[in-house]
Design a protein around this ligand. Structure first.
Ligand code: BEZ
Length: 230
């Protein structure tokens, strides 16, 4: 018998992504091993044949190639069964035209999770919101299988896909250039250089500001990072 603590246990940023094997609309997957070397967005949605989820799936499908261009694969999940998933995805392709999107084929795997095994491992069942449906969770998992960011939305709120892409690119840019990104950062904006680790470095930074670097104070310096280097 599972305790409520096990049901609502949540992986945290910096944790190894919990492992599972699952049946999906694209065959069986072994997670995260099958995705080694790639970023993954693992996301849950409450239910098939529902309007907010349909708008989200069409948008994820439309952006799949853009995510792939950033070495990122999409994996969806709901606590519905495989045949429901297949029927819903067929309906989306054959019947739904929404905001200029039509004939949309969802090619990324959608996990069937009737047992809620995966949803519970990832803290996607949040009983205060619903004990029978997953909330809208988004896990960003890096090429080493580490959870790097988590966003949760309630059932009624469709996700912001610009933000999902922005967060992915910002984390990849932070890794590549050893920088951080300020509020509302977009590719091409200035980035934050690591803070000075000693009084000497702090003084040096303020006295001799390098070209392309701007210091607002000793602990807050930015530098240019042209969009083509992101
Ligand atoms: C929806 O996707 O439209 C939805 C799903 C569950 C609850 C509320 C809305």
């Amino acid at each position: 018998m599972e305790t409520i603590e096990q049901i609502v246990a949540m992986p945290r940023i910096g944790d190894q992504a919990p492992e599972f094997k699952a049946i999906t609309t694209q065959g069986e997957i072994n997670f995260p091993a099958d995705y080694k070397g790639k970023w993954v967005i693992l996301f849950s949605h409450p239910a098939d044949f529902t309007p907010v989820c349909t708008s989200e799936f069409m948008t994820f499908a439309k952006m799949e190639q853009e995510f792939a261009a950033h070495n990122c694969q999409l994996v969806g999940l709901s606590v519905d069964g495989l045949y429901s998933h297949i029927a819903w995805l067929r309906t989306i392709k054959e019947k739904i035209e929404y905001r200029g999107m039509k004939n949309v084929e969802v090619k990324f795997p959608l996990i069937e999770d009737i047992t809620m095994n995966v949803a519970k491992k990832y803290g996607m069942i949040q009983p205060g919101e619903s004990s029978t449906k997953a909330v809208r969770a988004v896990f960003f998992i890096d090429p080493k299988g580490i959870i790097r960011a988590i966003i949760y939305y309630p059932l009624s709120l469709g996700r912001n896909f610009d933000e999902l892409m922005r967060a992915l690119v910002a984390m990849q840019t932070a890794d590549k250039h050893s920088i951080a990104t300020p509020a509302d950062w977009r590719p091409g904006d200035d980035v934050i250089v690591p803070p000075a680790g000693s009084c000497g470095v702090a003084k040096e930074r303020m006295d001799n500001v390098e070209a392309g670097v701007k210091c607002y104070d000793w602990f807050f310096c930015t530098k240019e990072l042209p969009v083509e280097n992101v």
